[in-house]
Design a protein around this ligand. Sequence first.
Ligand code: GLU
Ligand code: MG
Length: 662
Amino acid sequence: MGLLSEGSPLTWEETKKYADHVRNHGVQQFINLYERLKDRKGDVLKWGDEIEYMLVRLNDEAQTAQLSLKGPELLKILQQQEHTNPSNHPTTWRPEYANYMVEGTPGKPYGGTLAHFNIVEANMRLRREEVRKLINEQMGEAPLSLTAYPRLGCPKFTHPTYEPNPTDTGASKSIFIPDEVIFSAHPRYRTLTRNIRKRRGEKVCINIPIFKDIKTPSPFIEKFLNDADGESARAAMADHIYMDAMAFGMGNSCIQMTFQACCIEEARSLYDQLNPFCPVMLALSAASPFYRGYVSDIDCRWYVISSSVDDRTEEERGLKKLKENKFRIHKSRYDSIDSYLSESSDRYNDIDLVIDEDICKRLQDAGIDRLLARHVSHLFIRDPVSLFSELINQDDSQDSDHFENIQSTNWQTMRFKPPPVNSTIGWRVEFRPMEVQLTDFENAAYVVFMVLITRVILSFELNFLIPISKVDANLNEAQKRDAVLNGKFYFRKDVRTCPKHCKGNVDNEYVLMDINTIINGGPIEGGADFPGIIPLINQYLRSVNIDLDTRCTILTYLNLISDRASGKLKTTARWMRDYVQQHPDYKQDSVISEKINYDLLTLCNKITKGEHHPKGLIHTQSSRTKDDLPLSLKKQVDQDANVIQKHEEEMRIKSWPEQNGV
Ligand code: GLU
Ligand code: MG
């Protein structure tokens, strides 16, 4: 989750003193980068995925599950392998927020051939195997791609077990989560935890609605032990699951994807165009219904993480008049984006963008256009929340650490990434909302689907823009229980009009749709038909040369996404809810007991390993060749046979043409 600088971390009081210094130099570093790289062109499509794993320990004898805090130990070995063979290692490993997490990526980015889609899943499988080789499977250890651990913060939820430290000496002061959970082989994570709390002036506070089952106490109000100063009792809301630490959010897992664009304009356009997909993909990937041992009424982690790193003071949150602070800030550092970046997207920028005017002016004086200047000066309303003494003084023409410091602690749905100093990497866009799925097959499906969306957008010059306030409304909708079935999302009606040619009232350009219509197509309000993302992708696939195996792989993936959208298959969140509802020990009281947790995770592990086939969640546990495709898909392959060629060929990727580009 961001930049790992070497050195000794400063306290919050010291960091605060350097806030302007970091911002000043961070802005200069961005200006220098921009100046050098704004005309960089001709980078090819490259992309990659990041998956965060949790190390779980299933104790068959005691029938309990725990999170194993082995991350740092495993990482050492995982990274050693990659360091001894840096140019040619198929995987890369990074730490994540918690000691029970590791993050894996492909060793090299994938490129522009469709045939790469055939190795995505294999690479994910390899990553998991690499971890499996190092853990003790006999002891029940397993690498699971779980978005949220159901009993995070419950008594004895880790192995080894530690006690929380709610006193001032603790980093998070949580009454639920011991600091030993936080990644310990690098000081960044503990420092962030402490500094976010200190900057905010109190513990972080997360309240999410509890799912009210027939025997759930009403009102649902908890009594907290070890809440000596009563802070938790005051912060907790009735009928909500209360959480009080960064780990409750940043200790969750996701899939992120990064796309390299051919130039800065294409990156800006892609950033804008992918934004309306954030809520849709969050709802489609929903996988986190349980928190702190309770069944919640939400299906996704987003709001939980958002609150878990919300370092805004009361003044900034609008609870007190501004005195010490400069801005009233509407969102957490971890939240949705607030502005589109391309000139022709500007008409959809309809929310109040809080910016640092001085920084904005400085950027514009340096030749940076208004929208990009506003974007950066919006990111820079934040203070640095971790700073290392060795890195205070930097050469702004060579370094970008201060810029990255602010950039990488703005955890938004999308991230616009300039090329790193002195590298061969181009302008990139990161897509960050998706929840991680249990199997490599599903994760590959979501990843490939997203890459295809980018290809369709760029090749067909499609336009998905809607007012950014409507995307925010969608993000809220996406997290609700069963949003994929019942949610209504603002979505663009006509996706074929280039943003440059859109005129008139933006509010006439979208309607409310359900996810099924968005993904699979169908009639919309006003009598028209929405084409559907998957039909558009199929149209695209018929227009490119693609070999039979790749086509079959893609079909199995699209089939999963299509059936999740239509409700033929359940989301992971719905599947987990149903499992708990039917568990013999479940008492209709919204409680995930140790035994339910153990049984659920044992089953999840079996699903991940392909040993159990969960009805209604997935059709298959790996992508297929034509022979083992189901009949309906076989037919589709045959229909496409006339355009299918034997050889893997370069995808023909068109950028937005200059004359009507954005
Ligand atoms: N784990 C975080 C999430 O679930 C993301 C952290 C990161 O930026 O890598 O969204
Ligand atoms: Mg990460």
